[in-house]
Design a protein around this ligand. Structure first.
Ligand code: F6R
Length: 595
């Protein structure tokens, strides 16, 4: 996910500071690199570099840029590594057009080859640059901007939003296909941006572009044309009454809920990336050649590592050892060899525990692989090879969508390692959506059953053991209750003594383990504990359940991913029942850079 923001003004002014402010409001969308360009007279001033918007502004003085029109782009790298050369915006060869993109033009490599044959010099591996050159190509053939964009559209495959400026017209040209883009018009200035909240401090009257619209935006007016035939269309102006923060939440009460609901799309983006990415093969190759394989991470990322090791065992028949970072150095430190491969897993890529273990493994000569969400993070920079989990920015402190994509990544890697066809994964985003739609009310109901309790056990068997741990972590994190997730067969070895009438125990069982789980449920049921269930629909389980979240029918390996989504919803509603804010639990921080 990237962010673009453009302004066109009646008068020449210091647009840079407005662009930087707009960029800051979009900074949740990307922070690998930032660039801004303004046009004064017929001169394009373009400045860009890696880093966050504040850092690049400090370095290159973006705020001082002047002109009548300008754009800023914040990048979340997908095409091309986060590097100055791949930062947006881009200019064409003759420096007549400047443009910036949010989204993915998936046939970039093919377009790049064609353009180079036609004499264009392409400097980056970024799709945004290719888009600018394609529009410039049609301009050179004598077409105006509108026609050139129409013609260029026929060449772009993928989902994207683009803003273009040229040096002769005081206008912004924008096209939307798949990615968000909105426009706002005021008397002396007009704006175009990836989202509504970034415009709200300037005006609350917003025009939502539709897919296939081209907008021609001037100070005081905006016109819209259909890309297929150039016909003019009217687009309604909507008055937004929400605050910037609530608009950023996209209508959801909390970021956590929004991020839970973003999971189908995040999964889709990841699966697309895995099918395309040149990053994948070196990662798969390193794993294949490993003598011993370790998956290392903290908290939620650790739970993804445990699930990963189940996937490797079940699907690839391959041992992978999941470990906490300090446990890794203390328990396995003296046995490591340079033939060992350590996969470090971290949403932030900045967790100190993880980075310490990473340095330790490097000193031992091991191959270190990184799996992270934040591109440009320390983990990404130090790892020999890395794979992004491509979730976009996760604002809420409890990790949700990043866990799911870590899990999907491990599932994918295990399938590759086991020589299995990964095509079936494309069904996963719809199954995640189905789980949200079908279980939301049931999760609310289950959360109601634990209200008033100060403790709870989540029990999982085999492949759902990490999901029980994750369900418990999510619940304790945002409800402050004591909650433990354990392997269900261990319950009778001690914790069972806690059970009394109505004591809540939540069982998460995958389809193949139902019979075994029924024995473990019986141990609780016969002591009058309260049996709560997250499982596929099953007549026998139904008899025990005081509350039952029914996961859509799927396979043993997909079930844990879907069950996680419901466990997240249970935690969310349990936190809401206590009038707590799940986004910012007390004492916790999104990125832990301390020992
Ligand atoms: C729980 C949570 C934490 C993190 C842990 C590791 O919801 O978010 O347990 O998973 O602090 O963080 P990363 O993945 O950034 O290394």
């Amino acid at each position: 996910m990237c962010g673009i923001f453009g302004i066109v003004s009646e008068e020449e002014k210091q647009l840079g500071s407005m662009l930087v402010e707009g960029g800051k409001r979009l900074s949740y969308r990307g922070y690998d690199s930032v660039g801004a360009a303004t046009i004064s007279g017929e001169t394009i001033d373009l400045r860009k570099d890696i880093g966050k918007v504040e850092e690049v502004d400090d370095k290159l003085n973006l705020s001082e840029l002047t002109g009548k029109r300008g754009i800023i782009q914040l990048r979340w790298a997908t095409f091309g590594a986060p590097a100055q050369v791949n930062a947006q915006p881009f200019m064409d060869c003759k420096k007549e057009i400047v443009g910036a993109e949010n989204g993915n033009v998936v046939n970039t490599i093919q377009l790049q080859e064609l353009l180079e044959k036609e004499g264009h010099t392409i400097e980056s591996t970024n799709d945004g640059e290719v888009c600018v050159h394609v529009v410039a190509k049609y301009m050179r053939q004598g077409n105006d901007m509108l026609k050139s964009i129409q013609l260029a559209y026929k060449e772009f495959k993928g989902d994207y939003a683009l803003i273009f400026l040229n040096k002769t017209e005081n206008k912004l040209y924008a096209i939307k296909k798949g990615s968000g883009l909105v426009v706002a018009v005021t008397e002396k200035e007009s704006y175009c941006s990836s989202d509504v909240p970034s415009i709200l401090p300037l005006t609350n009257k917003i025009i939502h572009m539709e897919d296939g619209d081209i907008a021609v935006i001037e100070p005081g007016k905006a016109e819209f044309y259909r890309v297929e035939d150039g016909s003019k269309v009217e687009r309604e102006t909507v008055e937004h009454t929400e605050s910037m923060e609530s608009a950023q939440k996209g209508g959801y009460e909390h970021f956590m809920l929004k991020e839970i609901h973003e999971q189908p799309n995040a999964a889709r983006d990841l699966i697309d990336l895995l099918n395309d990415s040149k990053f994948v093969e070196p990662f798969v190759e390193e794993i294949k050649n490993a003598r011993e394989l370790y998956f290392v991470g903290c908290g939620t990322s650790h739970h993804a590592c445990i699930l990963g090791s189940y996937y490797f065992n079940k699907i690839a028949k391959r041992r992978a050892i999941p470990s906490l970072p300090q446990q890794f150095t203390e328990e396995y430190g003296n046995t490591l060899t340079p033939e060992d491969v350590i996969v470090f897993v971290s949403q932030s890529g900045e967790t100190k525990d993880v980075l310490d273990a990473l340095k330790f493994a490097k000193e031992k000569g091991c191959k270190v692989l990184g799996m992270m969400n934040v591109l440009g993070s320390t983990l990404m920079n130090i790892a020999d090879v890395y794979l992004p989990i491509a979730c976009g920015y996760e604002i809420s402190v409890p990790a949700t969508k990043t866990f799911l994509n870590q899990a999907i990544m491990f599932l994918y890697l295990a399938m590759r390692e086991g020589g299995k066809d990964t095509a079936g994964l494309s069904e996963l985003p719809d199954l995640i959506q189905k789980t949200i739609d079908e279980t939301d009310e049931q999760c609310k109901e289950l959360a109601g059953h634990i209200k008033g309790w100060k403790e709870l056990y989540y029990l999982g068997y085999g492949i759902t053991h990490p999901i029980a741990k994750e369900g418990a972590l999510k619940l304790k994190e945002i409800t402050y209750m004591h909650c433990e997730g354990i392997f269900s067969s261990e319950f009778k070895h001690g914790p069972l003594s806690a059970v009394e009438k109505d004591y809540p125990v939540a069982f998460i069982t995958a389809p193949d383990n139902v019979d075994m789980m029924i024995s473990h449920i019986n141990e609780v049921a016969c002591r009058h504990g309260k049996v709560l269930l997250i499982a596929e629909d099953n007549d026998v389980l139904q008899k025990y359940a005081e509350s039952y979240v029914k996961i859509p029918k799927t396979s043993q390996t997909i079930f844990p991913i879907l069950a996680t989504v419901s466990a997240q919803l249970v935690s969310y509603y349990a936190s809401k029942n206590l009038d707590l804010n799940p986004d910012f639990p007390r004492n916790l921080s999104k990125t832990l850079t301390v020992d």
